[in-house]
Design a protein around this ligand. Structure first.
Ligand code: 7TS
Length: 411
């Protein structure tokens, strides 16, 4: 579907996602957990089926027809991903199993090779655990120190804090593009400039970034960018690490095995060139091709059009939810993405989630793998409605009606 220049046809988009026609407890599914994992359009599902039914074999190994065909499609998926991110070279795109593996790769490879005792990794208080724990593991291995820039009461993260905290000791700045709880969008281009001025590299956790807005890596000028296929309407089990060529070239491999070698003798190994050096073992073949189908799908709709649709939804949700008695938003930073965390005076987030589930409404409740952020707000957990390309104002109406039921029960 190409929607360039046309009005955003959310009904047509909804029809592309078969699961949205399912009912839950006799009610229409209202899916508001896309930040947890997004649903998949028929175009992605059909592509995966087609791969397994007609085009499947291992890649890069056989000279037989099916293997060659699968290899071509797998490499084409890399090219599609490169173009989507506006990276310079296909071999700067490394397929991983997700954002988590991509960040672990950088910490274990670049981190161990380049950081020593007293060097600093600068993160923020708004990071998902997958952009905290790998740096703690690096801290244990190298004696480096993990520091974090603060988050304001409204969820804003200030550039001035990066200005103050990126010093000559800082070797890696590792920050999220968009907070999975607050929805705050970080000024990554400006942070990248500061990091580079002070000799640090910057990794951006794009798990919630790439899904909400166009991402142009050459414009942002970040060194590493990670995201997961399953949040971008693609399959699970596939993710992407972008790294600048010169950095990836200099980094040692993360895992060893088939596919990542040039030669192996009993005495030693020489590594393959990029990107194979970082793709040991049989890769997620159908998943990579499915990710390319997801990228084609969102690109057909247009990331700017999706961003605009979600902005409208966020404004509507903010306005309607503000009228719910005792509801408090966690994260109201200017320009935020369509992730709405909230608490209610009268009910625990788990109770909120369980009760509105009776109405077919799927929201996430918990600490969202962001415990330092929860501690910052002095909360054990929140409820979170996250809005994606297929959500509608009716979905928000059902959410609000369901929260009124929570009020009736608990008030
Ligand atoms: N970074 C951010 C900002 C995330 O939101 C998540 C997953 C990850 C990294 C990890 O991604 P993975 O695909 O490697 O698991 N976030 C969520 C969430 O908010 N609810 O469930 C998963």
């Amino acid at each position: 579907m190409n929607m360039m220049g046309k009005a955003y046809d959310v009904e047509a988009i909804c029809r592309d996602f078969p699961i949205l026609a399912e009912s839950v407890r006799g009610k229409r599914l209202v899916y508001l957990d896309s930040a947890g994992s997004a649903q998949k359009p028929r175009q992605v599902i059909d592509t995966i089926r087609q791969v397994y039914e007609a085009e499947y074999a291992n890649v890069h190994r056989g000279l037989h027809f099916m293997s060659e065909q699968a290899s071509v499609r797998y490499e084409r998926a890399r090219a599609t991903t490169r173009a989507f991110l506006n990276a310079e070279y296909d071999h700067e795109i490394i397929f991983t199993k997700g954002t988590t593996e991509a960040i672990n790769l950088v910490a274990a490879s670049y981190g161990v090779a380049n950081l020593g005792h007293g060097d600093e990794v600068l993160i923020s208080f708004a990071e998902h655990h997958s952009n905290i724990v790998p740096w703690h593991l690096l801290q244990n291995r190298t004696g480096c120190v993990v520091k974090a820039v603060p988050v304001d009461e409204d969820g804003t993260i200030h550039l001035s804090d990066f200005e103050a905290m990126i010093t000559e000791k800082t070797k890696i700045v590792a920050i999220t593009h968009v907070s999975n709880v607050l929805g705050t969008v970080l000024p990554v281009k400006e942070i990248a400039r500061l990091a580079h001025e002070r000799g640090a590299v910057i990794l951006v956790d794009g798990a919630q970034g790439v899904v909400h807005m166009p991402v142009d890596l050459r414009d942002l000028d970040v060194d590493f960018y990670a995201f997961s296929g399953h949040k971008l309407y693609g399959p699970s089990g596939i993710g992407v690490l972008f790294g600048k060529e010169a950095l990836l070239e200099a980094m040692p491999p993360y895992q060893g095995g088939g596919g990542m070698i040039s030669t192996v003798t009993i005495d030693g190994t020489t590594c393959a060139d990029l990107p194979d050096k970082f793709e040991a073992g049989t890769p997620p073949i159908a998943q990579a091709i499915g990710l390319a189908a997801a990228i084609d799908y969102v690109s057909g709709v247009g990331m700017s059009a999706i961003a605009k649709h979600e902005r409208g939804l966020l404004n509507y949700a903010t306005q309607r939810l503000s009228a719910v008695e005792g509801l408090r938003f966690i994260g109201t930073a200017a320009g935020k993405a369509s992730v709405v965390a909230f608490t209610m005076d009268c009910a625990h987030p788990h109770d909120i989630s369980t009760i509105i589930d009776q109405n077919g409404v799927a929201v996430r409740a918990g600490h969202h793998c962001a415990q330092p952020l929860m501690e910052r707000f002095d909360l054990p957990s929140t409820a979170r409605a996250s809005l994606g390309m297929y959500n509608t104002t009716e979905d928000i109406d059902v959410l609000v009606d369901s929260l009124e039921k929570v009020l009736e029960i608990f008030r």
